[in-house]
Design a protein around this ligand. Structure first.
Ligand SMILES: [Zn+2]
Length: 404
């Protein structure tokens, strides 16, 4: 009796099992309640099913090709695949961050007129990836000629076409709303690429971390002081010293944001009183954390300051080109009535009533809260704001029909 040295039948069964897990996974009630979010999740589920199809095609191809002994590792490799697909899918559908955080991320994309398929995913840190990127990297590890005469390439192309960006948040932070503004950093990586910000800026990109700093500054100029507070608070979890090749260490990153906050502090008379307080509180929080790193990597800190000086003008222009106001312009123009909005959030927060306000007002107002706000509260606020936006839009549209 001969045994099959390549367990291709077994591998096929495993793939089938994984396909079943992905296909039959039931979304929760909260995931299903918003049609647009349900569509996203179902579309991304489709990509993972295509992913399994790619693997099944590979398996079939190798099975036909009569593997020589030298290709034993290929069979081993194939049988180890699949767990990656399943894990990657569950990062998305089992993410524990409130579903309303999708509204926040969608708001960033919409404001900057950047169309993107995205889903939120639970991970080890704030970062982003794509489904196509993940499968491509996994396939690169396959060090054997790819089998011919299969549909694998067709399925791969489909994944590439319908690709989804996975925006990861740090799993520990799912209930820390003051870190959620960091999701904007990940969104901005997309905007940075699609709008070719690097070439607009003509910066000497001598250090590979410069885009990171540019993104921080653009994000903070849009979203306001709370962005700097987010990064500073997150720094408490990862007090990285020395930095990486791709990112400067947190000290210099915070130093860049302190320049922006410093600028705003100088112009404080132009802002409504509540906003002034938000700027001051933010400066203090960020400065306290940064001060531990004051003496470190002075050369990098100086470089970051230079980058800030160079990008603040073009960053304001970029906002204008998108029909947007920077946080500074927005809060100056809003005057005292906008100042009242910030106050209202703070008093609502004290009473535990979710406020339906724009995310820029909501999150910046949270800076004034003494303790970390309840994440359910912030989720509810985002929900109320989103619903009020939808109502306002319906009203506008019905008025337009009446007039025309
Ligand atoms: Zn980044």
């Amino acid at each position: 009796m001969s045994t099959d040295p390549y367990p291709f039948q077994e591998i096929s069964k495993t793939f089938e099992k994984i396909r079943g897990h992905i296909k039959s996974y039931e979304l929760s009630d909260t995931q299903r309640v918003y049609p647009a979010i349900r569509t996203r999740l179902d579309e991304v589920r489709g990509l993972y099913l295509d992913w399994i199809d790619v693997y099944e095609e590979y398996r079939r191809g190798f099975e036909k090709a009569n593997l020589t002994r030298a290709l034993y590792p290929v069979a081993r490799f194939l049988s180890s695949l699949g767990t990656g697909v399943e894990g990657s899918f569950f990062e998305v559908v089992k993410a524990s961050v409130p579903i309303e955080v999708y509204f926040l991320v969608q708001y960033f994309y919409q404001e900057f007129k950047c169309d993107s398929n995205f889903v939120l995913a639970e991970g080890a840190e704030f970062e982003s990836d794509t489904v196509f990127g993940e499968i491509s990297r996994e396939l690169e590890r396959l060090n054997a000629p790819r089998p011919h005469g299969t549909q694998a390439e067709t399925f791969l192309k489909k994944i590439d076409n319908d690709n989804y960006t996975k925006i990861y948040y740090d799993s520990v932070m799912f209930d820390s709303p003051l870190t959620w503004p960091l999701l904007l950093h990940e969104v901005f990586h997309d905007i940075y690429q699609k709008d070719n910000i690097a070439s607009i800026l003509k910066l000497p990109f001598t250090e590979s971390w410069i885009p990171e700093v540019v993104i921080d500054l653009y994000a903070a100029m849009f979203f306001g002081p709370v962005y700097a507070v987010s990064l500073a608070k997150y720094h408490g979890r990862f007090p990285v010293r020395g930095g990486l090749l791709s990112h400067p260490s947190q000290g210099p990153r915070l130093y860049g944001l302190l320049q922006l906050l410093g600028d705003m502090t100088e112009k404080k008379r132009d802002f409504p009183e509540t906003v002034r307080k938000i700027i001051e509180d933010s400066f203090k929080t960020v400065n306290d954390i940064w001060s531990h790193y004051r003496k470190e990597e002075r050369d990098v800190q100086d470089r970051v300051k230079e980058v800030y000086e160079r990008v603040r003008g073009p960053a304001a222009e970029f906002h204008k080109s998108k029909g947007l106001k920077t946080f500074e312009e927005y809060s100056k123009l809003g005057g005292e009535s906008l100042g009242k909005d910030f106050e209202r959030v703070a008093s609502y927060l004290a009473l535990g009533i979710p406020a339906a306000v724009n995310p820029r007002v909501l999150f910046n107002a949270l800076v004034m809260s003494k303790t970390d706000p309840e994440y359910e509260y912030v989720g509810e606020s985002l929900k109320k704001w989103r619903l009020s936006e939808i109502w306002a839009q319906i009203r506008r549209e019905s008025q337009e029909t009446l007039v025309s």
